[in-house]
Design a protein around this ligand. Structure first.
Ligand SMILES: [Fe+2]
Length: 300
């Protein structure tokens, strides 16, 4: 049995104090939003409690699906690197970036350099990449094939959309096909939800192309963040429906069963053609600061 943990959207704080010249354009809007609204929805204390619980429970591998930072300030990437290091080493933790990790053009690719240990694929060619070609990456862990996609692109103020692009989609389809031939349990990591209906300002613009690839090649599990909400959707695959699961923000201080800070653990067993996968969700118990089991669902 392989235990894959998943957390997302920590939106790490405290936010480093921005320099005045850094607060131009989109960052000015985002900073105002953080100070007046968003900041109170993310608690570093709750995040620490959740991470401590997850580590105590134990996992073989951890998936982190983006939005580690907030405004793309250079100092935020260092803070996020230390957070990743606190979760585990790069071979044990796989991350994909979210829209906040490529918030503005000037620092849009900084995460690829700063967090490279956590996005390096198994193939040597991908390890050296410090360009957009770092994605998709492929990591084999146990019977799993972990495929990491990037939807992180800088956008205009008030937009939180994502895009995969044709080059990445082409490589993604190839990976799904070859990993099926290797009889692996294929887990896809992506920040934006690739299924369901979403507001135009926060949508994955090429979600249709993603779903068409999954419909052709199949996958065993798709994990995402972005919506700060527990979500369970499906994409029709060639043989069976593919589970598409979203986890709330790990730093949300609330105890709402759908939106309160939580993490998931997937217990994967069996073999190709006969996989089993159990989802367990853990988050803050209503009215308390302790962690409780919120869900226990047999996915496959
Ligand atoms: Fe996001």
């Amino acid at each position: 049995m392989f235990a894959l943990a998943h957390l997302s959207d920590p939106h790490l704080s405290p936010m480093p104090r921005p320099k005045l010249r850094e607060l131009m354009g989109k960052r000015a809007v985002g900073y105002f939003n953080w100070r007046t609204n968003r900041g109170v929805h993310h608690s570093v204390d709750h995040l620490s409690t959740l991470v401590a619980d997850m580590k105590e429970r134990g996992f073989d591998h951890l998936a982190v699906t983006g939005d580690l930072v907030n405004l793309g300030l250079p100092d935020e990437y260092g803070l996020a690197k230390r957070f990743l290091e606190s979760l585990g080493t790069g071979d044990r933790v796989s991350m994909v970036p979210g829209n906040h990790d490529a918030y503005v053009r000037g620092t849009a690719l900084l995460h690829i350099d700063m967090w490279k240990d956590y996005i390096a694929g198994d193939e040597p060619a991908q390890k050296s990449g410090i360009t957009g070609a770092a994605f998709p990456y492929l990591r084999r862990r146990g019977n799993l094939a972990i495929i990491g996609l990037s939807t992180a692109i800088p956008t205009a103020p008030f937009l939180a959309t994502g895009k995969l692009g044709k080059t990445q989609l082409l490589a993604f389809e190839h990976m799904l096909k070859t990993m099926k031939e290797e009889n692996r349990f294929r887990v896809v990591l992506i920040h934006h939800p690739p299924a369901g209906r979403h507001s135009p300002h926060e949508v994955l613009t090429d979600a249709n192309a993603f779903r068409a690839i999954v419909a052709r090649q199949g996958a065993e599990l798709v994990l995402h963040g972005h919506k700060h909400k527990a979500m369970m959707q499906k994409i029709a695959g060639p043989e069976a429906d593919v589970n598409v699961i979203g986890v709330p923000s790990a730093s949300n201080p609330g105890s709402n069963p759908d939106r309160g800070g939580a993490y998931n653990i997937y217990r994967v067993g069996g073999k190709a053609g006969d996989w089993t996968c159990q989802l367990e969700s853990y988050g803050f118990a209503p009215g308390g600061s302790s962690i409780a089991k919120l869900r226990n669902v047999k996915l496959i």
